[in-house]
Ligand binder design. Structure first.
Ligand code: C2O
Ligand code: CU
Length: 563
């Protein structure tokens, strides 16, 4: 379909406030562009694509009643039943799970990929939100079909506020608020000739088979293709989320103007960092200040991407995605403050970022693409094992660990850990071939995490200044060892037991059919009370959705640090 850029206005996603919210995952129809019809999609708002932006104060618990009311799934034919956990019945009865990404959340409310909510069922989640003011997001996490569910529209933004970052004009940070603070949920998509959403990046792999990653050739912002926002002359705060399935972006403005990063995944940096470009992986958030005050009324500037297309797109022949949206400068004067000197550590500002601690333990973890299981396509693996493997990481609560993420694949992977936040220590190039020759990789299923210390190919590169704050996802570059430092909190600090067991079957309410038969899934009371109905702990995974579904996701638990 031919789509003219910048004819639609940037949509403002509705905002939900309150301590008890309902989120309904449902089928809907959505118009992505003025010149296209309404097409099948999913969303959390009952009948909207994507979900409302949830605004909440930190330390004020939030209860969400999550309901699955999906009828027809736009990607029923694209589900791959050879992937872990995906049943044929999912095409007509697709399960969901609701995960608050970045949430410091009790395990039974964390949207565990195996705690599935089927159509007609609901689950009640509680989020304590004892964490920093930041931009989080929520999305589906159902085992094996996260890639189809999130692409179809099951994603939304969360803005956490505190007494400094109030979101109100006159906030102590001195940053733009109200209409001058704009959430930008960035995605990229392909559309079929009929104008439907298309999750298939290549014609080489037949429909219904996993193909590694869904790319796009058009930019979608807050649910619209190439929208335009008229801006006032002044400073804006953009809360930017990469909600794409697969693509890493190198973001910049068309006029190459500089802008400022003021925060990462889990809140503010100490000081704003001026940049002209930045890399953003799926799942990552950045908090930006952009100054339009020097531009003339009527001038336009685009938000662009020049990261070259990934491998899958190359098969199709150069599917590039160069453009997200355009800003058109209006006559109005806008927010008249300037970029603050400090964000933390000054009088009346939040405390500065703490210095990095010394790790109690160093762990090596591998990221690889072994070919043994299916040929082609291979699986994607962490530690050379699959999701069901019980040989998992079990950090002690209250301790600090350094994780060396050893990526021997030729692609970057955004690695995300639930429950915790961390800082990036360094990235170091790896002599991948020497490493593999010296440490032959066993068959999939045998944990394989050899040290890379003797195979480094250069100095440790500290993270870019703009990515030196609190993170929950790290870009692990191809052929590198990327080191992060992470503290695993105690039950006392959290106010809940992070290692509690919980039921695989969600609680159901309001007469929703509780023990419905979901095509081969034993929901009988006998199963509900058996041991294999119990789940425990969290997951860590690659945030490329096709990777986490196949099988680049592992469980982990944090265990009490008893003497
Ligand atoms: Cu954004 Cu495990 O997820
Ligand atoms: Cu990956």
């Amino acid at each position: 379909p031919s789509m003219q850029p910048f004819v639609d206005e940037l949509p403002t996603l509705p905002v939900l406030r309150g301590d008890h919210l309902d989120l309904v995952a449902a089928s809907t129809r959505h118009r992505f562009h003025r010149d296209m019809g309404e097409v099948p999609a999913l969303g959390y708002g009952g009948e909207t694509y994507l979900g409302p932006t949830i605004e909440r104060r930190v330390d004020e618990p939030l209860t969400v009643r999550f309901v699955n009311r999906i009828g027809a799934h736009p990607f029923a034919a694209d589900m791959d039943t050879s992937l872990h956990g995906v049943a044929e019945s999912y095409r007509t009865s697709p399960p969901c799970s609701l995960h608050l990404h970045g949430g410091v959340t009790p395990p039974d409310s964390d949207g565990h990929p195996e705690r599935l909510v089927f159509p007609g069922q609901s689950a009640v989640h509680t989020f304590p939100l004892r964490q920093s003011a930041s931009a989080l997001w929520y999305h589906d996490h159902a085992m094996g079909i996260t890639r189809t569910n999130v692409y179809a529209g099951l994603a939304g933004m969360v803005l956490l506020r505190d007494e400094f970052d109030t979101g109100e004009p006159g906030n102590p940070l001195g940053v733009p608020a109200g209409e001058f603070e704009v959430p930008l949920v960035l995605q990229e998509k392909l559309f079929t000739p009929e104008g439907n959403q298309n999750i298939r990046s290549t014609v080489v792999v037949p429909q219904g088979l996993w193909e590694g990653g869904a790319v796009g050739d058009v930019g979608v912002v807050n649910g619209r293709v190439w929208p335009q926002l008229e801006v006032a002359r002044g400073l804006y705060r953009f809360r930017v989320l990469n909600a794409a399935s697969f693509s890493l972006w190198n973001l910049f403005f068309g006029n190459h103007m500089r802008f400022w990063v003021i925060g990462n995944d889990h809140g503010l940096l100490d000081t704003p960092v001026a940049v002209q470009k930045l890399l953003l992986e799926p799942g990552e958030r950045v908090d930006l200040l952009v100054d339009f005050s020097g531009l003339e009324p009527g001038e336009t500037v685009e938000l662009r991407n020049d990261e070259p297309p990934p491998f899958q797109a190359a098969i199709l022949g150069e599917v590039a995605m160069p453009m997200f949206c355009r800003f058109r400068i209006g006559d109005r004067r806008g927010f008249n403050g300037s970029v603050p000197q400090r964000l933390r550590g000054g009088p009346g500002l939040p405390p500065a970022l703490p210095p990095l601690e010394t790790p109690d333990l160093v762990r090596n973890l591998t990221i690889s693409q072994p070919y043994e299981l299916r040929d082609p396509p291979s699986i994607m693996a962490l530690n050379n094992i699959t999701f069901d493997n019980s040989d998992i990481e079990m950090p002690r609560q209250g301790t600090v660990e350094q994780w060396n993420l050893i990526n021997i694949t030729p692609d970057p992977h955004p690695i995300h850990i639930h429950l915790v936040n961390f800082r990036i220590l360094a990235r170091t190039a790896l002599r991948t071939v020497d490493y593999q020759l010296a440490n032959p990789q066993p068959a999939v299923g045998v944990k394989w995490t050899p040290s890379a210390e003797n195979f480094l190919a250069g100095p440790q590169q500290p993270p870019a200044e703009w990515e030196s704050g609190w993170k929950d996802i790290v870009r692990v570059e191809a052929g590198t060892v990327t080191r992060i430092i992470v503290r695993f909190p105690t039950a006392e600090e959290l106010g809940f037991d992070p290692d509690a067991t919980f039921s695989r079957t969600p609680s159901t309410e309001d007469g929703d059919p509780a023990m419905r038969d979901h095509g081969g899934h034993d929901m009988s009371p006998a199963h509900a009370h058996s041991r294999d109905n119990e789940l425990q702990g969290y997951v860590w995974h690659c945030h490329l959705l096709d990777h986490e579904d196949h099988d680049m996701m592992l469980k982990y638990r944090t265990v009490a640090n008893e003497p």
